[in-house]
Design a protein around this ligand. Structure first.
Ligand code: NZQ
Ligand code: ZN
Length: 393
């Protein structure tokens, strides 16, 4: 196991009705003037926004609101949010929505105290030194942004999707009420489930030996997702299954299962170009890319893929032909994704094979490589997109 430092300061407040405590939570973490940031309308329709406002009113906390965050959140709304926060002397941002809303909130949070353009931090590695504190009321189990220090934003000009990561961006608190996810359409539920599993796989495929504890934690999350996702697709009101998925989504990405081991993240990198170019859901893009990436890299460590196949998907180990077991595990993953309603190739996603050179170009690998479980050249990435473009069950 590698050396590590793990800092996860977020207070997670879990369960039914917990959104009614967000006024007290904002106060606890020093907020007195709040920006409530929300998405395209689901929080309004469900009455959640009114409950959040009532909770802030009851705590004597004043607020302004800014809605309209789109999936794959855009820089343009973040500029508006920064201006509004400065004008209104906002000292705390409360995100009410999904990962897109949280990531937009994080963009505003780092932009308000910064003199330059907030975009300077995205895709550049520039360290974040200051940010407004944020809290979240999560409405979809997916991105894990409620516990992560990451923010992923799309620059509208050129549809460039880039990220920033910093412990400064970890929410002070996150309210996780699984009931709030019961209004999700099955497709969004499945996109979220795919993203949760992908966050685990990005950490599971490691070159660090002897990481039994985090391997087993990863497998626990993956097995949970394989069991619970079909239950909520079948019955969206299944609270207990929703609850297990919601907590899985947080622990999949706050890095507790990724510490002390090298991680990959190439499937995410390749996916961000797809959701950047076609504005498709991140989870749907991952469903197409991740099994293709697995098929391209599995020979690098067949035993690890056998471990996934046998422990997560219950495949029988073929000791005479381990490669067959490894491939069987990848097949099971793709079949699972198909069964929960995810696309498995470019056509089903709404992507085009003829755009592959554009996707590769936007990744900006040039003559170099992208590091990870396996380092990838531009030619490797072209091959992975090609596998993804024509995948079948
Ligand atoms: O905008 P509203 O009306 O709320 O609709 C949303 C949106 O259309 C809807 N929705 C959310 N909660 C709902 C609901 N509809 C009905 N009932 C509810 N309870 O679902 C749609 C998707 O929402 P979004 O916030 O986009 O989903 P998600 O949480 O999957 O976030 C995706 C974004 O997160 C980024 C992705 O790249 C993508 O841009 N990621 C962020 C990460 C991070 N910050 O750590 C890591 C991830 O790997 C990911 O890259
Ligand atoms: Zn993701």
């Amino acid at each position: 196991m590698d050396n590590f430092s793990f800092y996860s300061p977020t207070e997670f407040v879990f369960g039914k009705g917990q959104e009614n405590n967000c006024g007290a939570l904002v106060k606890k973490y020093g907020g007195s003037r709040v920006l409530i940031h929300y998405g395209g309308g689901s929080a309004v329709r469900s009455g959640l926004l009114d409950r959040v406002k009532a909770s802030l009113d009851a705590a004597g906390v004043t607020y302004v609101t800014l809605g309209g965050v789109q999936p794959n959140p855009r820089d343009t709304l973040i500029y508006k949010g920064i201006e509004l926060c400065r004008k209104e002397n906002v000292d705390f941002i409360l995100s009410v929505g999904g990962g897109s809303c949280i990531d937009s909130s994080k963009g505003i949070a780092l932009g308000v105290p910064y003199d330059g353009d907030f975009w300077d931090f995205y895709g550049t590695g520039k360290p974040v030194e200051k940010a407004l504190p944020i809290g979240t009321v999560l409405t979809i189990a997916a991105a894990g942004s409620e516990g992560s220090g990451a923010s992923v934003v799309t620059k509208e000009e050129g549809m460039l999707k880039r990220d920033v990561g910093s412990d400064m961006l970890r929410p002070r608190f996150s309210v996780l009420n699984p009931e709030l996810t019961q209004t999700l359409p099955p497709y969004q539920t499945a996109c979220g489930a795919t993203d949760i599993m992908a966050h685990v796989f990005e950490r599971y495929f490691t070159n660090t030996p002897e990481v039994e504890i985090t391997d087993r934690l990863c497998e626990a999350i993956l097995i949970t997702m394989v069991k619970e996702t079909p239950r909520v697709i079948e019955n969206p009101d299944n609270y207990e299954a929703r609850a297990n998925i919601m907590w899985a989504g947080t622990v999949a990405h706050n890095d507790i299962v990724g510490v002390g081991r090298s991680q990959d993240w190439n499937s995410h990198g390749l996916e961000h170009e797809l959701s950047g170019l076609y504005d498709v859901a991140h989870g749907a893009g991952l469903a197409v890319v991740m099994p293709a990436w697995m098929e391209f890299v599995y020979k690098h460590n067949i035993n690890r893929f056998c471990q996934m196949a046998t422990r997560v998907f219950g495949c029988q180990m073929n000791f005479e032909n381990p490669e067959a077991t490894a491939l069987q595990g990848i097949k099971c993953f793709r079949k699972f994704l198909h069964e929960i309603g995810m696309p498995i190739n470019f056509e089903e996603l709404g992507a085009k094979a003829e755009d592959i050179p554009v996707l590769v170009e936007k990744l900006g690998i040039g003559d170099g490589t992208r590091g990870g479980f396996v380092s990838l050249t531009a030619a490797d990435v072209t091959e992975i997109y090609t596998i993804a473009s024509k995948a079948t069950l």
